[in-house]
Design a binder for this molecule. Sequence first.
Ligand SMILES: Cc1cc2nc3c(=O)[nH]c(=O)nc-3n(C[C@H](O)[C@H](O)[C@H](O)COP(=O)(O)OP(=O)(O)OC[C@H]3O[C@@H](n4cnc5c(N)ncnc54)[C@H](O)[C@@H]3O)c2cc1C
Length: 356
Amino acid sequence: MSQCSGGSCQTCSDDPDRLPPGMLRRYDLNESTADGVMVWIEADGGKVSRPSAEILAAAKGLTDGRVYGIIFGDAGLKSEYPRIFGYGVDTLYHVRGIASYSPEAYAEAVSQVAERVNPAAILVSATPRGRELAPRIASLLGAGLTADCTRLESDGRRIVMTRPAFGGNLMADIECVGFPQMATVRPGVFPLPEPKEGKGTAIYWQYPPEQDSGVVSEEAVQTEAADISDARILIALGAGIRDRGLVDVAEEIAASIDGAMVCCSRAVAERGWLPRSRQVGMSGRTVRPDLYVAFGISGAVQHRVGISGAKRIIAVNRDPEAPIHAFSDLSLLTDAEEALKELRDLVAGKPRRRSS
Ligand SMILES: Cc1cc2nc3c(=O)[nH]c(=O)nc-3n(C[C@H](O)[C@H](O)[C@H](O)COP(=O)(O)OP(=O)(O)OC[C@H]3O[C@@H](n4cnc5c(N)ncnc54)[C@H](O)[C@@H]3O)c2cc1C
């Protein structure tokens, strides 16, 4: 009889992959060492974009490890370093050598830095560029990606990512099975932090400039100067408003209150009464005003998801069964059109009218 102790000896084992006793079958270096959170920082006109600032400030609370930032652009971005470190970034990778935005080159550079850093998670804001970039990074790294998250919760390493599913009818909690875990995060999900200055380590990362693809043409997208995500007070119009002229009335009210803007539900944006950039909800913006006054809005889950960060909600809806009443701080069971006109008179200092 053989004195062989087993293991990889094929005389007494049919399994050619069997290892000697005491040896582990596989040791996944990535899985056991992945640590920290890496955030792609979008620079808008040489400044850190608002959605990136929101994610950067939240990243510290999602990891027990380090926060890494990665930013693309020329040396002019150095003036942003103190702000970036102030948001909690420990190490900043500044990628140089890519003349203009290219999703392929950006994704490759992010994945190269990620391979060096080995973060447990990579977060990207769900802006048009972020949505373009994140799947490319995920594909290069073989990572799982949860798109368009509306909440992130972490035990310091593993992140539970929440996003609307099945047409927004339920919120799904998703965990990536491997590392790095990847998510795109909707702008407005985390509050915008107060800017402050800080210190950290900045590393230049030179990316090879040779690219086999380039930008053919660039067209500026017309956007409104003011953004409803910044508004302190929002006057929101829903399908319960039937008279189009009341959009002007709402604009009048907003114009006379500091920090106020008019926004709407998808039903109103679809009528073309207000631009898409004013639509609140799952396929619109996420807002965090101090006060959200909803006129003739039912409170469908796809709308609600966009206002969960509002400090106070007032619902003006004559249907006591409308879902919005269940998550409002104050409900006015009255005619929304009349209420809008009365509010306009009130802020204009006119004597209050009463409809017959
Ligand atoms: C994939 C997907 C994404 C979506 N994304 C969004 C999104 O981003 N944002 C969004 O808003 N919706 C979105 N929706 C649509 C959403 O499901 C609702 O259809 C929409 O929010 C309804 O808008 P509303 O509340 O204005 O209209 P309605 O649901 O028609 O509600 C109108 C309300 O006004 C009340 N009312 C009527 N007349 C008066 C009056 N004179 N005075 C007082 N109250 C009155 C009614 O009682 C009713 O409650 C999405 C849907 C899908 C499937």
